[in-house]
Write a protein that binds this ligand. Structure first.
Ligand code: AMP
Length: 191
């Protein structure tokens, strides 16, 4: 089993590259943003709780995110591996994920970080906002807050995986297929 943390700021291309990785390797996609949006749509208590944080571009509290991921992992059967997309976003989340994966005897294999300059992120998110229906993609103030939260709270997660020798950085600007090829090379190297 091969487990990837696909890391990067909002708009780095994690969702796009996840889709391609799933098509090629058959991995299971675990996107905490998608899971929250599903809860929101279904108006579950968890969705209602997450909404106020998501609206502002703030992080949902760790305990809430971690228990949602735990539940998702428990529901998996015969997975070839997981792509964690948008999770972990804090060091406590990264530690909790390690503990969960240790219990399952399926540790994280690699963290792939997509590096994209901030101006490009803003441009991409506003463009996505025209069709995604996501209100957090349509407002520059919310976008800037998400980028700030990434810099302050999420970036330290890269150091956490660096210390474990699992960190790979890939420049995330260019043709989608070229970036995908680099991601696949990184995966094959760590296999
Ligand atoms: P995303 O689709 O990954 O951009 O996530 C959308 C929003 O969901 C974020 O701005 C957060 O409010 C929330 N969210 C998603 N994943 C996490 C996470 N791992 N920790 C905390 N909040 C999260």
């Amino acid at each position: 089993m091969y487990n990837i943390v696909l890391f990067g700021p909002p708009g780095a291309g994690k969702g796009t590259q996840s889709e391609k990785l799933i098509a090629k390797y058959g991995f299971t996609h675990i996107s905490t943003g998608d899971l929250f949006r599903k809860h929101l749509k279904e108006e579950t208590p968890l969705g209602k709780l997450a909404q106020s944080y998501m609206d502002k571009g703030e992080l949902v509290p760790d305990s809430v995110v971690i228990s949602m991921v735990k539940e998702k992992l428990q529901s998996l059967e015969n997975s070839k591996g997981c792509i964690f997309d948008g999770f972990p976003r804090t060091v406590p989340q990264a530690k909790a994920l390690d503990a969960l994966m240790e219990e399952r005897k399926t540790p994280i294999s690699v963290m792939i970080a997509l590096e994209v300059p901030e101006d490009e992120l803003r441009k991409r998110l506003l463009e996505r906002g025209k069709t995604s229906g996501r209100t957090d993609d349509q407002d520059l103030e919310k976008i800037n807050n998400r980028i700030r939260v990434y810099q302050e709270e999420t970036k330290p997660v890269a150091d956490y995986y660096h210390q474990q020798g699992k960190f790979v950085s890939i420049y995330g600007v260019g043709l989608i297929d070229d970036i995908f090829e680099k991601i696949c090379e990184a995966i094959e190297k760590k296999k």
